[in-house]
Design a protein around this ligand. Structure first.
Ligand code: EPZ
Length: 421
């Protein structure tokens, strides 16, 4: 298995180009199932998760081409050959559940193995079922954890989400786009990735209003057409490099980022004494001006502080002046990185959803594990400032969600290399 070797580095300096958003491209690729015509997705990041989604769509009958060089994915689904999503692929990527809405809308059937839990939580999907059942689907889960869904037809409905689940909002929007009548989703997720999905669907001929707010109205249509779409930049990759500038006390120009999408991260970095200057598509982050001071973080659904930035921020806060408190309200087990950071000399205590981080830790290189995607990014950032050498295993988690992560860090002066075990 491949590993990263990360060594104490000088403050990162230079500029980095942010790739297209993983969490926008995956639902958009799934939405391409809703039309017989070709969909062209531009700025699609060359990630393992995108490759798995390509394979999954091919299994369902799509013709898919992935141009890694130019970040283009083309999907054409003249007809769906099966409504059964391959268990092998679903096991590899939880986001496979996002084909359920489109399969129901296009074929009236879907059979998908429950994705199951992962490092950060058991990841239930009952809100997906609640929304799709409201639209008329009959959904059962058998003893083997396989979801069997069917619907003679889908009818618009009023749906209230108990929690603004991103995936549930996406599945419901995609199914409702071709239902008879109007659907209203209340307490909908407001993430930018929801807006990007709705923008793509509206280009296909859907009639969606209110994406980005907590109430989304969808008027069903009978046919959707092919469309071309540029995926939004990845706000979490951008946030990760913003924190990289802060933790290494460096200065980075982050190109291709929508500042509005990283407002909570900018606000929190400023609270820590980091200088941040935003134009309409770039952000300059300077960790080399003021001392880094502690702050408190509470993760919330968008537009609150993103849970996907919690572990990277925690790594940074271990080196700040003063203690910090982090409260993780979105996932029930998103502190797997704490043990790894403490192994590197951090002083973090957790109690249920709360973590207390002592500042001014003298981090030292150690052997650590990337327990999940964002936790992996966090230990890489910590390794850049830890004395000596940090060996990070299970880096496939990181490479699923960050395009050319090690290359981009090296281009900023970071000492990181990938070695085969
Ligand atoms: C999306 O996951 C993202 N993944 C996650 O990013 C992100 O952390 C999450 O949204 C929250 O922003 C993709 O977009 C592919 P949720 P999703 O449904 O849709 C609970 C990353 O690092 N819940 O909003 O699975 C759930 O257990 C990944 O890029 C239910 O209880 O997130 C969790 O505690 C990690 N019932 C919370 O809601 C449901 O039916 C948030 O889940 C659905 C969710």
């Amino acid at each position: 298995m491949a590993k990263y070797i990360v060594r104490k580095s000088d403050p990162l300096r230079g500029q980095v180009e942010i790739s297209g958003s993983k969490n926008a491209v995956l639902p958009i690729m799934s939405a391409a199932l809703l039309t017989e015509e070709k969909c062209t997705i531009l700025d699609a990041p060359a990630l393992k998760d995108v490759e798995i989604m390509c394979r999954l769509l091919e299994d369902l009958g799509s013709e898919v081409s992935q141009d890694l060089e130019n970040n283009i994915v083309e999907i054409e689904t003249k007809e769906i050959s099966t409504h059964i999503a391959s268990h092998e692929l679903v096991k590899k990527m939880r986001a496979s559940i996002l084909v359920m809405g489109p399969l129901l809308a296009r074929t009236g059937k879907a059979r998908i193995a429950l994705p199951g839990g992962c490092a950060i939580g058991d990841r239930p999907v009952e809100l997906h079922f609640k929304g799709l059942r409201a639209l008329g689907a009959d959904i059962n889960v058998d003893g083997a954890g396989v979801v069997r869904a069917s619907a003679d037809s889908l009818k618009g409905a009023n749906i209230y989400l108990d929690f603004p689940s991103v995936g549930a909002t996406e599945n419901i929007i995609m199914a409702a786009s071709m239902a008879d009548g109007t659907t209203i989703i209340e307490n909908a997720a407001q993430e930018p990735e929801i807006v990007d999905l709705a923008t793509f669907l509206n280009k296909m001929g859907a009639k969606i209003k209110g994406a980005g707010t907590d109430t989304i109205k969808i008027e069903g249509v009978s046919v959707l057409r092919g469309a071309k779409h540029n995926v939004i930049p990845d706000r979490i990759e951008a946030g990760t490099f913003m924190v990289a500038a802060a933790i290494t006390r460096g200065a980075i120009l982050i190109k291709n980022v929508l500042p509005d999408h990283v407002k909570p991260v900018i606000a929190k970095l400023k609270e820590c004494g980091v200088e941040v200057e935003a134009t309409d598509e770039d952000v300059i982050v300077r960790g080399d001006v003021n001392p880094l001071i502690s702050t408190d973080i509470k993760t919330l659904p968008y537009p609150g502080f993103p849970t996907d930035m919690q572990s990277q921020f925690m790594a940074m806060l271990t080196t700040a002046e003063g203690s910090s408190i982090v409260i993780e309200t979105v996932f029930e087990n998103r502190y797997m990185h704490v043990r790894e950071l403490n192994r590197m000399g951090a002083h973090i205590k957790t109690e249920d959803r709360c973590a207390i981080i002592e500042g001014k830790a003298k981090l030292k290189g150690s052997q650590v594990v990337a327990t999940d995607l964002r936790a992996g990014a966090a230990v890489v950032l910590a390794g850049l400032v830890a004395e000596g050498e940090t060996e990070i295993s299970e880096i496939y988690h990181i490479e699923r969600g960050y395009e050319d992560f090690a290359d981009k860090i090296r281009s900023l002066g970071g000492k990181i290399e990938k070695v085969e075990d």
